[in-house]
Design a protein around this ligand. Structure first.
Ligand SMILES: NC(=O)c1ccc[n+]([C@@H]2O[C@H](COP(=O)([O-])OP(=O)(O)OC[C@H]3O[C@@H](n4cnc5c(N)ncnc54)[C@H](OP(=O)(O)O)[C@@H]3O)[C@@H](O)[C@H]2O)c1
Length: 340
């Protein structure tokens, strides 16, 4: 079988942030449910990615898993990644825009205690008790959290649009969050540089881009559809806690879940259920205006709930897409001129 034939018959899934947490869970679920699928782990650290790949191969010995390095917070790295993908694959079925960071300076203990007693569910669901770094920029001069969580993925999906189209029914799946809220986002500060909650701002931006992109895909006759999801609350390393606090947090999460707080999915595998649900369900069973959220019952059995993205504002979404497109075109020109 030639490489070209193999590509046409085998589905291809790119998962960003694939070496841990929700991304790792997405791959486990895909490999469980899809017999013939090629996985591309899009990761920034070769060592961590290789260890995760080996661990996946222990669970799925015949799986087809490749690693492609990319730093989503660096536009040039994303362009290089996309060039590699274009040289190796002829189509892509799933692009999981999952990698993400929450840049913290520490914990706000006063807020933490207040939340614990006033809003026990919110205590875990929200990151209000963390002190987020404000005004951080990356080497491209862009908001650091926005670049990693949103813009790097935007460049990826624009650059890979041709390959996504070629699959005939491609799905772009953004891992958003329960904490994505309109109130956290200001279009005049679309990169969240002035925000004290740049993470929440970036996650609302994911929702806006996911939903609004569908208008363009539809008007330009692309064979692509975009969905937004939330993994619930996963005990991942995204919040950098000291070991003792991390363990205490997981213990409490199990207690909360047993008491009926369904947002506590806790494991990356459970948290990934909504991502893989929107990837594999027939299109007629899905609605791109919804956010698909992973939840779990008190015994830990995960399930998916679809809710409308309340407060979705198409005008703001359009403006955000325009900002991203202009920034994408500017980065593309830089790449082209550096190649000459
Ligand atoms: N955990 C939760 O409760 C929760 C709730 C709502 C939404 N989410 C979202 O779920 C997604 C996955 O998070 P997680 O909880 O699974 O956290 P995680 O375990 O920390 O995984 C994050 C992944 O993103 C990768 N990553 C971060 N910055 C990157 C960059 N610049 N370039 C390439 N990869 C990068 C990380 O790579 P390294 O390992 O190299 O750092 C890691 O593989 C994120 O988008 C997050 O916002 C999580």
């Amino acid at each position: 079988m030639t490489e070209q034939q193999q590509d046409r018959e085998t589905k291809v899934a790119i998962v960003t942030g694939a070496n841990a947490g929700v991304g790792y869970g997405i791959i486990q679920r895909l490999l469980e449910q899809e017999e013939d699928i090629q996985i591309v782990m899009a990761c920034r650290n070769g060592g961590r990615a290789s260890r995760a790949r080996l661990s996946l191969l222990q669970q799925f010995p015949s799986a087809n898993i490749n690693i492609e390095l990319v730093d989503l917070a660096n536009a040039q790295s994303v362009f290089r990644f996309c060039d590699n993908i274009k040289s190796r694959y002829t189509s892509i079925n799933y692009l999981f825009c999952n990698a993400g960071i929450l840049s913290t300076l520490g914990l706000n203990w006063k807020e933490l205690v207040w939340l614990f007693f006033q809003d026990p569910a919110g205590f875990f669901e929200r990151s209000d008790a963390t002190i987020q770094a404000t005004g951080e920029i990356n080497e491209d001069g862009m908001g650091k959290v926005f670049a990693a969580n949103v813009f790097g993925h935007y460049v990826m999906l624009r650059e890979l649009e041709g390959l996504l189209d070629a699959s005939g029914d491609a799905r772009v799946i953004w891992t958003s969050s329960l904490t994505a809220e309109k109130s956290a986002f200001d279009i005049d500060d679309w990169q969240g540089l002035k925000s004290t909650f740049p993470y929440e701002s970036s996650k609302w931006a994911c929702d806006l881009i996911s939903i609004k992109s569908n208008d363009r895909y539809s008007s330009e006759n692309h064979h692509i559809i975009s969905f937004t999801t939330s993994p619930g609350v996963v005990a991942s390393a995204i919040i950098d806690l000291p070991m003792v606090l991390a363990k205490l947090r997981v213990g409490l999460q199990y207690v909360y879940r047993f008491l009926g707080v369904s947002s506590q999915t806790i494991t990356g595998y459970a948290g990934a259920i909504s991502n893989v649900y929107v990837a594999l369900q027939p299109l007629k069973a899905l609605n791109y205006l919804y956010r698909y959220t992973s939840l779990a019952d008190r015994w830990g059995t995960p399930y998916v709930e679809a809710t409308t993205v309340s407060d979705y504002d198409p005008m703001t979404a359009e403006k955000l897409l325009q900002h991203c497109e202009l920034a994408y075109q500017a980065q593309k020109r830089l790449v082209s001129s550096s190649k000459k």
